[in-house]
Design a protein around this ligand. Structure first.
Ligand code: ANZ
Ligand code: ZN
Length: 766
């Protein structure tokens, strides 16, 4: 019987589910491992081959860990709130819930078809009211502790669609739907005080095992900066305070710049400025730009002077002009800067363009006490309001008498009402504002008339704590039982995309720390170890996208080659953390490799007979060592190439002992579980291979056998080197010709012949 993946894969997937061997057991005596991947957004497109890379990698780790005797938690869920479903609803009228259910069913089928060994009993869905009850509960706790507050913040506004846009819907300053230029509209929004945790989010990175790249990205994103705030007197007006990290350059300061949003602009506009029209025109232009456009170093800087007013440099009492320019951001420091064009590149460019004084610093300002010390962060508080329908309602009401009032815990969840129309309101509020029956409520405090908050939570809310719910997914008293949390947390290994380093990863660390502070979770860091997988690009090296028509559908690959070939290929395609282009030929190669493994079984003697030579025995132990270590360090590609070396060697044996073949199957099983299980059973085993023990190597046997290779030139011994016993002629020649001693003899001569005696000598004839 030939290798037929279509047949055996379905069979084993069913069998494993019946056996229930992938279920995690709370409080088992075995040591625990909690292994997590970022749960997917169930999009209409289905799984991406890039997803598969992350899932199969962790599945390999998980399967190995189980065989090593761990009680492994390997769960799955759906991050199902989000814009695409809402936009789809706007276009087609199909309720996002319907779309979501359909998409999840498809994803589930795909996951199962790949043979990912998940514990389906713990499946969660962020749009399930039983789940978001606790997302809302966490929000209420944040609100109770003063970490959720309202502030006026600009949102992206499309004046033609009359709708607020998420950042990702604004492309080059234009509305993604209609192409109109977007504006900023100031609205009251809910924010979470993540900045209060900024220092801890930096300091506690010491406690966790994350890639350096991830750590430094988070640190830069938080952007802690120590400096001072210096006061500049403004002639016939108030003061302007600036934040500077370089007070020593004060003598070189030749003008001040304030952000267009700085309050002093408005107040000076009213009375003192000589050119108010010019300044107002400038403010209009700035409104249309994004922060990114404003701060991009390469972009030409623009600004306007507020004529007729001057500031005084406190160190030399010189009068200096005051400019408004958008390269100064309103929400950083004090929203105003002292410009030192001789020392700061941006100031220099600006001064050149507008002909402002560039004063070389001859005297550094060394005195202390000119200003007060200040610490600033690039990190902003987290804008937690969205004006969309398909998200968790924020569980608050607005009462004329009592102000903002929390919904009592016992009334959670505040369910998202079922809408038939998703049309935007035109005022920038979410479509929920149109549902009068839902909006009008009694105030929980005074029982008077009140209105519900109609903003919903951002997509990042449900994903900020989901890993806790897997631990106790059906609990309806608390978000998860404390003892279970204590048993399972922290997550031992979390793999996800590099693109989530500064948002999701930071947000979820923040929430976890908060939950620790209020006594809900057992530690203050959720993830012990973090890894990231590289993207899978299309065959043409570009990002896969529908519009480019270069998307590879994993279903097609599974259908044609089998899930095991796909899995192996995704692990073999290249170093795990690097981006790599898809190559169909690579899948073909994996299929061929598996055919070889299949055929080997016919050569296996069922009796325990050792007719193989010592070299094979050694190779088997070396392979156990290499595959075991490589899986731990996420070097799947090299683990698989070692397996290929072993299979090639096994092919050369006349007879293969069952025990060595079994070792091969075990080592292969994390990557290609179906074929390994099938062949395992063909050898007569009754138990699943995944209930077996991971093989151990004999370190003596795993050692390479070394020899001394003699180097002769024209038959005379000239040098000796240590080499592995099975060194090939090619390798030996390369090594030899690079030796200094050898070079001396052969320089300028032609090599006539090379004589190689395996394991003994190499003779160069010149
Ligand atoms: C004078 C100066 C001289 C500065 C010099 C730098 C170099 P970090 O390290 O990122 O905190 N700055 C302050 N507030 C700003 C704002 N709202 N928008 C844009 N730039 C702002 O950078 C601190 C420096 O960035 C501050 O120190 C200030 O320029 C500028 F040779 O003051 B400095
Ligand atoms: Zn009230």
């Amino acid at each position: 019987m030939g290798y037929n993946p279509q047949k055996i894969e379905k069979k084993w997937q069913k069998k494993w589910e019946e056996l229930g061997i992938f279920k995690a057991k709370n409080f088992s005596k075995k040591p625990k491992k909690y292994i997590l991947f970022e749960f997917p957004y169930p999009s209409g497109e289905g799984l991406h081959v890039g997803h598969c890379r992350s899932y199969t990698a962790l599945d390999a780790v998980v399967r190995k860990k189980r065989m090593e005797g761990y009680n492994v938690l390997f769960p799955i869920g759906w991050d199902a709130f989000g814009l695409p479903a809402e936009n789809f609803a706007l276009k087609t009228g199909v309720h996002p819930q319907k779309t979501t259910i359909k998409n999840i069913a498809n994803f589930k089928k795909q996951f199962k078809g790949l043979g990912i060994s998940l514990d389906w009993d713990r499946e969660i869905n962020t749009t399930d009211p039983k789940y978001y009850k606790y997302t809302q509960w966490i929000f209420l706790k944040l609100f109770e502790k003063g970490l959720a507050y309202q502030a006026k913040m600009p949102i992206n506004w499309c004046p033609s669609c009359k709708i607020g846009l998420a950042n990702e819907e604004v492309v080059d300053g234009k509305c993604e739907r209609c192409g109109a230029t977007t504006e900023k509209k100031v609205r009251k929004q809910w924010l979470l005080k993540i900045t209060k945790y900024a220092d801890r989010l930096i300091d506690d990175l010491k406690k966790v095992d994350y890639p350096e790249r991830v750590k430094s990205q988070q640190i830069n994103w938080i952007g802690r900066s120590e400096g001072v705030i210096v006061k500049f007197k403004v002639k016939s007006s108030k003061f302007i305070e600036v934040f500077t990290t370089r007070p020593d350059t004060l003598f070189g300061c030749t003008y001040l710049v304030v952000a267009p949003e700085h309050e002093i602009v408005d107040s000076l506009l009213k009375s003192k400025i000589q050119n108010p029209e010019e300044v107002k025109d400038y403010l209009e232009i700035v409104k249309k730009k994004s922060d990114l456009e404003r701060t991009e170093l390469a972009k030409e800087k623009t600004g306007v002077e507020m004529k007729g007013v001057k500031a005084i440099n406190p160190v030399d009492d010189k009068e200096i002009p005051i400019w408004v320019a958008d390269y100064v951001l309103p929400h950083y420091g004090t929203g105003a800067i002292m410009a030192v064009p001789a020392h700061d590149q941006r100031d220099f460019e600006f001064a050149k363009k507008y002909g402002l004084e560039i004063k070389k610093i001859t005297k550094w300002f060394r005195e202390k006490g000119i200003g007060k010390k200040a610490i600033n962060y690039k990190l902003r508080d987290w804008v937690f309001s969205r004006q969309h329908y398909w998200g968790e309602p924020i569980p608050l009401v607005h009462c004329k008498k009592c102000g903002v009032v929390a919904i009592p815990e016992k009334d959670l969840p505040v369910e998202l009402p079922y809408l038939k129309k998703y049309q935007p309101t035109g005022t920038g509020e979410s479509p929920l504002a149109n549902v009068k029956e839902w909006v009008d409520v009694k105030c929980p405090k005074c029982k008077g008339p009140a209105k519900r908050e109609t903003d919903t939570m951002p997509n990042w809310a449900g994903s900020s704590w989901y890993f806790l719910r897997y631990i106790d997914p059906k609990n309806n008293k608390v978000l998860a039982d404390k003892k279970k949390l204590k048993y399972w947390m922290p997550v031992d290994w979390y793999n996800g995309g590099m693109e989530h380093t500064t948002l999701h990863l930071l947000y979820s660390r923040f929430w976890y720390k908060f939950l620790f502070d209020i006594g809900v979770v057992p530690q203050d860091e959720p993830y012990q170890k973090r890894t990231s997988h590289g993207m899978v690009l299309a065959e043409d090296g570009r990002k896969m996208s529908k519009s480019l028509g270069n998307v590879i559908n994993p279903d097609d690959i599974v259908q044609k080659f089998g899930a095991d070939s796909l899995r192996l290929y995704e692990m073999f395609m290249g170093p795990f953390e690097q981006a790599i282009s898809w190559n169909n030929q690579g899948v073909v190669g994996m299929r061929r490799f598996l055919e070889k493994v299949w055929k080997l079984s016919q050569r296996t003697e069922n009796r325990e007979q050792r007719t193989e030579n010592n070299n094979l025995e050694r190779l088997v132990h070396q392979t156990i060592k290499k595959v075991s270590e490589d899986i731990e360090s996420f070097k799947f590609n090299t683990a698989i190439s070692q397996l290929m070396v072993l299979v090639n060697a096994m092919e050369k044996q006349k007879e293969l002992s069952a025990s060595n073949y079994q070792v091969l199957l075990k080592l292969l099983s994390p990557f290609a579980p179906h074929i390994a299980e099938e062949l395992w059973h063909q050898l007569g085993s009754k138990k699943s291979i995944f209930e077996e023990e991971w093989p151990e190597y004999n370190s003596k046997l795993a050692k390479e056998e070394k020899i001394i290779l003699i180097i002769q030139i024209n038959g005379r011994v000239r040098d000796k080197i240590e080499a592995t016993a099975d060194i090939s002629e090619k390798e030996a020649k390369e090594l030899t010709l690079n030796r200094e001693k050898v070079k001396k003899w052969i320089e300028g001569k032609t090599i006539k012949k090379v004589i190689f005696v395996k394991g003994r000598l190499i003779n160069i004839v010149i």
